[in-house]
Design a protein around this ligand. Structure first.
Ligand code: NAP
Length: 277
């Protein structure tokens, strides 16, 4: 276990993003540290950093008592480039969401893949998955599902990006405005659709919500603090098993906390912190 004890007396952790005020990570990690009795020795905060300031800000963090940082939109690729050492999963995904400040320098990792698999809580080997999106979150999800032995199809608004992602990470690109979702037992939305919460937003996805049924599993990485996204609402209404973005956030955050502290994270406290309940 990493011992706390910065110059200020507390080992500091943070999430770096731009914007970052919406992030649930500070509440989630603070709840975890409190539940672990570590609140007096560790702390977690949000820091808004513009892209052009990321490198200098990150390099200054260890001197300010920071032991680690989560990294969110739009810094995940740039964060990987700042590290002296990176895990093989971060290198393959091509992005970092977790930085650790060690004596040897900055170490990068990616716990987004673990977040998806942890939230699913069941093996993906042999499952037929449809991933919607081809951005950074999609890369982590496709990597996780392919590594886990799943059959993965990838749809994206910009079809070229789905093709390029599949060439690099595996999976089959699919195109069209109406995909036959009955062919998949797992649907993972990694597009930003759903953050705004309007029922209209779901129409940008190539799905007929009425086709989603039990025993399908529908995961929406997008999340809203106090209410379900339109995709989760539609999937629930049709009896599919649903996993929302906050549950994925909890599992990726837990994996980051484990890396920094060596301590087993308290998932229920993190869920309550993330959901503000
Ligand atoms: P990103 O790299 O910017 O990718 C955005 C993706 O959304 C692209 O595939 C983009 O398609 C698609 N998209 C954006 N607007 C769209 C629209 N109007 N219609 C259809 N597709 C649209 O972002 P990211 O890092 O992958 O993050 C994506 C989402 O996942 C965000 O909402 C983020 O908050 C969420 N996320 C959640 C977690 C979690 O733990 N719950 C973790 C990571 C990310 P094009 O390629 O065509 O532009």
């Amino acid at each position: 276990m990493v011992q706390a004890g910065s110059r200020e007396g507390r080992a500091r952790l943070c999430v770096l993003g731009h914007p970052v005020s919406h992030s649930r990570s500070p509440a989630m990690h603070t709840a975890a540290l409190r539940a672990l009795g570590m609140e007096g020795t560790w702390s977690y905060e949000a820091i808004d950093v513009a892209p052009e300031e990321l490198a200098s800000r990150v390099r200054a963090l260890p001197g300010e008592g920071f032991r680690g940082a989560n990294v969110t939109i739009p810094h995940k690729q740039a964060a990987l480039a700042l590290a002296v050492e990176a895990s093989s999963r971060a290198l393959q995904i091509g992005a970092a969401n977790t930085l650790s400040f060690e004596t040897e320098g900055i170490r990068a990792d990616n716990t987004d893949a673990e977040g998806l698999l942890g939230a699913l809580g069941e093996p993906v080997a042999g499952r037929h998955a449809l991933v919607l999106g081809a951005g950074g979150a999609a890369r982590a999800c496709v990597w996780a599902l392919v590594e886990g032995g799943g059959h993965v199809a990838v749809w994206n608004r910009t079809a070229d990006r789905a093709r390029a992602l599949c060439e690099e990470l595996g999976g089959e690109p699919v195109e069209g405005t109406q995909i036959d979702t009955a062919a998949y037992d797992l649907i993972v939305n990694t597009t930003a659709i759903g953050m705004d919460g309007t029922e209209q937003a779901i129409k940008a996805l190539p799905l007929d919500a009425d086709e989603m049924n039990a025993p399908q599993v529908v995961v929406d990485l997008a999340y809203r603090p106090n209410t379900d996204t339109p995709l989760i609402n539609a999937a629930k209404a049709r009896g599919a098993r649903t996993i929302d973005g906050l549950e994925v956030l909890v599992h990726q955050g837990a994996a980051s906390l484990r890396l920094w502290t060596g301590v087993e994270p308290p998932l229920d406290a993190m869920r309550r912190g993330a959901r503000g309940s």
